[in-house]
Design a protein around this ligand. Structure first.
Ligand SMILES: NC(=O)c1ccc[n+]([C@@H]2O[C@H](COP(=O)([O-])OP(=O)(O)OC[C@H]3O[C@@H](n4cnc5c(N)ncnc54)[C@H](OP(=O)(O)O)[C@@H]3O)[C@@H](O)[C@H]2O)c1
Length: 254
């Protein structure tokens, strides 16, 4: 299913799930607005992306830890891109294990802001700038962690539970505006975020996930998440999934 003539915003475009999504969506013909904090790393993603005739990719530097800047960033982007935006894949996020003693208010606030407040603010701004009657699809990246009881993941799980609650409750309001919203809830995916987590740095994490039954099919790859994202953006049937939070559990009971 081609995405020719479509334009999507992808946040978290510099790394992991977001980077892989940019590469996949561009290979299917879409034009992408790559969002991240650092131009240099976004350019590295851009260098790996297909760019055929009719495709134009843009870079938008934006710190999603500052949601008050999103309105002007999206206005600036709309002026630069000069074509309707067909959707957003919000992959920016921070996470990792955090003990209670380290869950200080500023840390909690930063997690909540990047993972949730800015997700909602991006939606608000995109929907208010949207052309009437034109379909828009929005995908958030939640996590299975929102409903598992993984030790030290309370703050991360709370940010993802907020994303999922918003997807569920906002969908009816958005449907009236032809906006369709879902989230993906992956188990562990092989990205720098996972590599950076303390308990996971030992060699053989994939094997440990399989052997302990925590994730019997092992680490997901970013190709798995990109395929899912592509399906949700391109399939006519996927529209009927609006308001849902879709697991990608790799065998994890959920
Ligand atoms: N990896 C997993 O196992 C897994 C599983 C389930 C869900 N997820 C979720 O999937 C999403 C992507 O994770 P990932 O594994 O791909 O992580 P990653 O490789 O660490 O990438 C995180 C991305 O978020 C961006 N980001 C972080 N802080 C930002 C800020 N203040 N402003 C703008 N962008 C910011 C980073 O961009 P810059 O730092 O370049 O600005 C980077 O592109 C996250 O929401 C994560 O919670 C991951």
């Amino acid at each position: 299913m081609t995405l020719q003539d479509k334009t999507y915003i992808v946040t978290g475009a510099s790394s992991g799930i977001g980077q892989a999504a940019c590469i996949k969506l561009a290979s299917e013909g879409a034009s992408i607005v790559l969002v991240g904090r650092h131009e240099e790393t976004l350019k590295q993603t851009l260098a790996s992306m297909a760019q055929q005739a009719g495709q134009t990719h843009h870079i938008l530097c934006c710190d999603l830890a500052q949601p008050e800047t999103i309105q002007s960033a999206i206005q600036q982007m709309t002026e630069t891109v000069q074509r309707p935006i067909d959707g957003m894949v919000y992959c920016a996020g921070i996470g990792g294990a955090l003990k209670l003693r380290d869950t200080k208010l500023d840390v909690l606030h930063a997690r909540m802001t990047i993972n949730f407040y800015s997700f909602l603010e991006c939606i608000r701004q995109l929907v208010s700038n949207k052309q009437k009657n034109r379909e828009m699809r929005i995908i958030g990246i939640s996590s299975l962690a929102s409903t598992t009881s993984l030790q030290y993941f309370s703050s991360y799980a709370a940010t993802k539970a907020a994303v999922e609650a918003t997807v569920r409750t906002l969908s009816a309001e958005l449907l009236k505006k032809s906006v369709y919203i879902c989230s993906i809830r992956p188990a562990c995916v092989a990205t720098p975020m996972v590599e950076g987590m303390d308990p996971f740095t030992e060699v053989g994490f994939d094997q440990r996930l399989r052997e302990t039954g925590r994730q019997p099919m092992g680490l997901l790859s970013t190709e798995h998440t990109s395929d899912f994202i592509h399906y949700l953006l391109s399939s006519p049937t996927a529209l009927y999934m609006t308001g849902t939070n879709l697991p990608l559990p790799a065998g994890t009971p959920c």
